[in-house]
Design a protein around this ligand. Structure first.
Ligand SMILES: NC(=O)c1ccc[n+]([C@@H]2O[C@H](COP(=O)([O-])OP(=O)(O)OC[C@H]3O[C@@H](n4cnc5c(N)ncnc54)[C@H](OP(=O)(O)O)[C@@H]3O)[C@@H](O)[C@H]2O)c1
Length: 268
């Protein structure tokens, strides 16, 4: 299949106030795309507008909470009025949570599912009529390695990202006759503000991971997957190793993951 051109592409990108989304927005406008970005922090979006004003593409920012249906409708309305359609929807906004499932209250599961699953799914539903009018339309979901292999102490986040991946797999086939592609990229640990914005998580909680990628690099790989229409990509070597190990040696993977928990349990 021919490569998708970023120049002139009309993109709605969520979660652009920091990390992967912030970098992706800059890379898109540098390549000449027209981008509508959103997030809750207006000061960060203003900074993005400033940093992209000399790029060949064009960036518009609308701040708001993506877990609100009114905000999601506002974004789609903007695309309808200004673009009369949409070429690419990037579902990037998200948040994690860390800690044992038993010790969290019921709110944490709901909050994580709201932003990581219901928000992208419902925004997509509203955008489908606009994507039908787009040029070689696509939905790019930012998943996670944890959408392929779950790990302990991140049960809510794993559940939400597994849900996102299952939903994407289903609508991929539904939307294919309409010419709308459904793509997914799954990063491993990425240096961003993700671990500063954990939902209902103790402040001293740390995530354990071997290595990390820059948000800039993840954004680059995500856009490469969009250009080349890659349906479901795990972006790191370590991530691919974890997924393969979990698939072929599930019990051994469980034992290794349980072992990584031990020092934390001992220090109680
Ligand atoms: N960092 C990692 O290790 C990692 C690994 C795998 C996958 N991912 C995925 O990558 C995506 C981007 O994360 P990141 O690493 O770039 O983290 P980040 O720097 O924390 O960025 C998250 C973005 O989502 C937005 N967001 C969060 N809640 C929102 C809400 N209720 N309404 C609107 N926007 C909201 C944030 O903006 P505001 O706070 O301004 O609203 C921010 O722009 C997420 O889907 C995440 O699950 C991250």
């Amino acid at each position: 299949m021919a490569r998708r051109r970023l120049q002139g592409l009309r993109v709605l990108l969520t979660g652009a106030s920091s990390g992967i989304g912030f970098c992706m927005a800059k890379q898109l406008t540098r390549a000449g795309a027209e981008v509508l970005v959103t997030a809750r922090r207006k000061d960060r979006l203003d900074r993005l507008v400033l940093q992209t004003q000399n790029h060949p593409g064009k960036l518009t920012a609308i701040e708001g909470d993506l877990t609100s249906q009114a905000h999601r409708v506002r974004l789609a309305k903007w695309c309808e009025v200004h673009w009369h359609g949409l070429d690419v929807l990037v579902n990037n906004a998200g948040a994690g949570a860390i800690g044992p499932f038993e010790q969290a209250d019921t709110d944490r599961l709901r909050k994580v599912m709201e932003i990581d699953f219901f928000a992208p799914a419902e925004l997509t539903r509203i955008c489908i009529p606009l994507l039908k009018l787009g040029t070689r339309p696509a939905i790019l979901n930012i998943g996670s390695v944890l959408a392929h292999r779950a790990v302990p102490n991140k049960s809510e986040y794993c559940a939400a990202k597994f849900a996102l991946r299952g939903w994407a797999e289903s609508i991929r086939v539904e939307l294919s006759p309409l010419g709308i592609e459904v793509l997914m990229v799954s990063p491993s640990t990425t240096r961003s503000e993700f671990f500063d914005a954990l939902v209902d998580t103790r402040l001293d909680t740390q995530s354990r991971s071997l290595g990390s990628m820059s948000a800039e690099r993840v954004a680059e790989l995500a856009l490469k997957a969009l250009v080349r229409s890659k349906r479901d990509r795990v972006l790191s070597l370590g991530g691919n190793a974890l997924v393969a190990m979990g698939r072929w040696f599930p019990n051994m993977t469980d034992r290794i993951l349980a072992w990584t928990l031990k020092p934390r349990n001992n220090s109680k």
